[in-house]
Design a protein around this ligand. Structure first.
Ligand code: C5P
Length: 323
């Protein structure tokens, strides 16, 4: 179990895009005297989530399996010499996505940058330009991924000698999902409140068709509704399916304890899950605390076909999530 697993991009030199390792699609450039780096912020998907118990700190003890998908926001980070930290959306960010994502100190990017600035005693600042694609309150950890990427970008831009485990400590102080995204793992079992990351092997490529209802879910409210009457499940079977690349068996091992409490709070999501199940004749799952719901698909073509059906019959636009 580690909080300090290797972080991609650790030794990446500014300007050598391909060295960064984060999904292999980053680009770093040096623009005259402005130092800039652009990195992806991948969405995560939970294929297993059990709530083991309530903790005295108000959080819940988890056994969850997270996958890093190819669906990403992009974050451009530019160094500032005056110490200020500022965040704005890229021009390409859809207006609908800008609602619900604060650009002030409530945003995890600025909170992560501030925490790193203080921890490292840095006088430099940064401008962040966020190309948002992952909707907020979706159970895909978009905000957490933004924060993980901001930490990696700033370590590089500010030339900090701060260790992986120090970055993980900052991440854990800000939220429960940031450590997984910071770890760079493709798949991991995450425990404690989610911040302890143990990478696990994943064979082959997995494809999912995912849709989000218009209403998101509040993570705190969903956790409040968990009931502990049934016996607890464990992630062992899901981990085996991932190691063997057995998508079919995975479909019958996937589970999310937060589904029922989330359904109790989000009628639109409940209806969408029922409609998807009726249309595709397969079990439908929820990621994290929702409200993104998804099915596992046998191939990219099958996922695209599911998404076409969802669009034409349910009038919903979804995404192909590839892991
Ligand atoms: O860690 P994060 O800030 O994402 O969590 C948001 C909220 O979700 C917490 O304030 C807490 O109410 C709930 N939560 C929880 N147990 C967890 C993770 C989150 O109760 N393991």
């Amino acid at each position: 179990m580690t909080n300090g697993s290797p972080i991609p991009g650790d030794s990446a030199a500014l300007g050598s895009a391909s060295d960064s390792g984060l999904s292999g699609i980053c680009c770093g450039v040096r623009l005259s005297s402005i130092r800039t780096v652009t990195l992806p912020c991948p969405a995560k998907l939970n294929v297993f989530l059990e709530v083991l118990g309530r903790r005295s700190d108000g959080y819940h003890e988890l056994d969850t399996v997270m996958l890093r998908t190819q669906f990403c926001d992009m974050l451009t980070t530019q160094e500032r010499t005056d110490g200020a930290l500022q965040l704005r959306f890229s021009d390409a960010t859809a207006e609908s996505l800008q609602h619900g994502v604060p650009l002030d100190e409530r945003n995890l990017i600025l909170r992560a940058a501030d925490a790193l600035q203080k921890r490292a005693g840095v006088k430099l600042g940064a401008d962040f330009i966020l190309h948002k694609r992952i909707p907020p309150e979706s159970g895909l950890a978009g905000g957490s991924s933004n924060a993980a990427t901001a930490l990696l970008a700033l370590r590089q831009l500010w030339n900090l000698l701060i260790s992986d485990s120090d970055l993980h400590e900052i991440a854990a102080s800000l939220g429960s999902d940031i450590n997984f995204l910071l770890s760079g793992a493709r798949a991991a079992v995450c425990s404690s409140r989610g911040e302890l990351v143990k990478p696990v092997p994943l064979r082959g490529t997995l494809f999912f068709a995912a849709v989000r209802p218009s209403a998101g879910n509040s993570t705190g409210a969903v956790f409040q509704g968990v009931e502990f009457s049934s016996p607890r499940r464990r992630s062992t079977e899901v981990v085996t399916c991932l190691a063997e690349g057995d998508g079919r068996r995975l479909a019958s091992a996937m589970f999310n304890r937060l589904t029922v409490p989330a359904q109790n709070l989000n009628e639109e999501m409940t209806e969408l899950m029922g409609a998807m199940q009726g249309l595709l004749k397969r079990p439908v799952f929820m990621s994290g605390s929702g409200s993104t719901v998804f099915v596992i698909c046998e191939s990219r073509a099958a996922a695209l076909s599911d998404l076409r059906q969802i669009e034409s019959r349910l009038r919903r636009k979804g995404w192909l999530l590839e892991v």
